[in-house]
Design a binder for this molecule. Structure first.
Ligand code: ADP
Ligand code: GLC
Length: 520
């Protein structure tokens, strides 16, 4: 089984959020289950920089050129490749400097690039060209989010419809295919490929002016309400949902939520129609990268046995690093997040005065994104310099130190397809306090008396997304922290021993791929 991931981000080469973590950790886990796996991703400036600063090697595939039609032009891309560190996963980078060698991935200082439709149509098409030119034996393509929504459309409406002969004569230029004639004589190698699209976030759909259809090189006959059209616009995610053989999303709860009017982002109809082919599979985490026992970024390593010794050292180091008074007894809350309305951080800002003035707690925030939220947190840090510390940038190392050093991780997301940070928190024994949605619902069990008794509690949950309800949950967490130390310790142990690895989820993806491949 050869599975190809087509993804607009993949750690460690590029990342704006959890999509990147998933698009390298899941391939790695599938490869450990015996699949052949490859990843196709753009060669962004940050990816080049990664190779300049690491000992990993980027190998240029000289002589391989991909061609893709964009509007009236044929554009060419180069290909570079590497192995995903510590794995057998092949990573192919699509190299096109005009499109990808830019400072930001999707935007420049918060403003989306105006040619994103063009960039990701080109990228999607290039992934299929890569299969053709390198004659890759792919069984399943797993596309991810709107950026790769056109992959199933191109496959279905261009690549599968041509005979091999037609194909070579049309596309045969730059990188001629090297088909293995004995295996595939006359066959169209794309015929057997099945497609899955994974929804990481339904809100971002890649909606563009209808005229952008011309850029995609796809036929206007596809611009209908049951295919690519969406309220007069071109919708790249919807296109992927319609044309894929199967759809997955990143938690079982979110799979239900997105079929409702409340959370369906106006695509609930499409998703309901395809509900037989839609599966919610909870993300895992990379338990090697996020391992408090071996993590080099944190002040002291610890396990589910030794956390009473290691975690206080991490807490003290974090307080020092963030310029807060070093005090083992003061409850320390933390946030690591994109600053985006999705994340409900306005609620954190709203409860901060009470958290500080009445409860004497500390809060550390690491985040980047929306300016107004960054300003709001900055003003809270100025108002409470002994209690609140804020860092407004992207720093994976600091995010590890926060996960290790805090007592409670705050994640009041309005919606959350899966969420990784609550799982990183569990792994580091920092109890998550979450709103009851999506993947947060699926991964955090509230510290009710009953759940504490029966040993399932691993965090705190609130049910209505407002500051009052969140504050109630915080007060309960503080009561447990201060007055029920044995229960607190028990919950940390429970959290740290949860199986959060990708193994179970990767097995579910593999089952799905196998079903699709076996399907006639
Ligand atoms: P989303 O993908 O919606 O942002 P997730 O919880 O799935 O939410 O994943 C977020 C990922 O991005 C995590 O790996 C988190 O550690 C990381 N992250 C977010 N903001 C920052 C930041 N400012 N610095 C470092 N890592 C961050
Ligand atoms: C998205 C979602 C987040 C999820 C991540 C990885 O960015 O917002 O909930 O964990 O993708 O699937």
């Amino acid at each position: 089984m050869h599975v190809m991931f087509v993804a607009s981000e993949a750690t460690p080469y590029s990342k704006t959020g959890g999509l990147a973590d998933v698009c390298s950790a899941l391939p790695k886990a599938l490869s450990q289950l015996g699949c052949k796996v490859s990843i196709v991703t753009p060669l962004y400036k940050c990816a080049r920089e990664y190779f300049t600063h690491s000992n990993e090697r980027l190998e240029s595939m000289y002589g391989v050129t991909l061609e893709a039609v964009v509007g009236r032009e044929t554009k060419r891309a180069g290909v570079q490749r590497t192995k995903l560190s510590g794995s057998e996963v092949d990573v192919y980078f699509i190299e096109h400097d005009d499109y990808f060698n830019r400072d930001g991935i999707y935007n420049n200082q918060g403003v989306d690039y105006s040619d994103n439709c063009e960039r990701y149509s080109f990228f999607s098409r290039s992934a299929l060209e890569l299969i053709r030119v390198l004659n890759l034996d792919v069984d399943v393509i797993n596309a991810n989010d709107w950026q790769t929504g056109l992959v199933p459309v191109y496959l279905d409406s261009i690549y599968k419809t041509r005979s091999r002969f037609e194909y070579d004569s049309i596309f045969g230029g730059a990188g001629r295919p090297r088909y293995d004639a004995s295996v595939r004589q006359g066959a169209n190698p794309f015929d057997r490929i099945k497609t899955v699209i994974t929804i990481h976030n339904l809100r971002h759909q890649g909606r563009f002016w209808r005229g952008a259809m011309d850029l995609t090189g796809l036929d206007w006959s596809l611009f209908t309400y049951d295919k690519m059209e969406f309220y007069g616009q071109l919708n790249m995610l919807k296109s992927g949902l319609v044309f894929s053989d199967a759809i997955t999303t990143v938690s079982p709860k979110y799979a239900q939520e997105i079929q409702t009017e409340e959370c369906g982002e106006r695509l609930q109809g499409v998703l309901q129609t395809r509900s037989q082919d839609l599966r919610g599979i909870l993300n895992g985490i990379d338990v090697d990268e996020w391992n408090p026992a071996t993590d080099k970024a944190i002040a002291a390593n610890y396990t589910s046995e030794t956390f009473p010794i290691g975690k206080p050292k991490c807490k003290a180091a974090l307080q020092r690093e963030m310029g807060l008074p070093e005090d083992p007894n003061v409850p320390l809350f933390g946030v690591v997040s994109r600053f985006d309305p999705q994340k409900g951080l306005d609620l954190v800002a709203e409860v901060t005065p009470e958290l500080v003035e009445r409860e004497g707690a500390q809060l550390v925030v690491l985040g980047s994104g929306e300016r107004s939220l960054a300003d709001h947190f900055a003003s809270l840090a100025r108002r409470y310099p002994r209690n609140v510390a804020v860092r407004n940038y992207f720093s994976p190392d600091l995010s590890h130190r926060i996960e290790a050093g805090i007592d409670v991780f705050l994640m009041p997301s309005r919606y959350e397809p899966c969420g990784l940070n609550q799982m990183y928190s569990l792994r580091y024994g920092s109890l998550p306090l979450v709103h009851n949605v999506g993947g947060l619902y699926d991964s955090v069990t509230n510290a009710s008396d009953e759940n504490i008794q029966n040993g399932t509690a691993n965090g705190f949950v609130f049910y209505w997304c407002n500051a009052d309800d969140m504050m109630k949950a915080i007060r309960w967490a503080l009561h447990c922290y201060r007055d029920r130390r044995d229960d607190w310790t028990k919950m940390i142990r429970r959290a740290m021993t949860e199986d959060l690895s990708w193994k179970q989820s990767a097995t579910k993806y593999l089952e799905l791929y196998t079903e699709l491949v076996d399907r006639k």
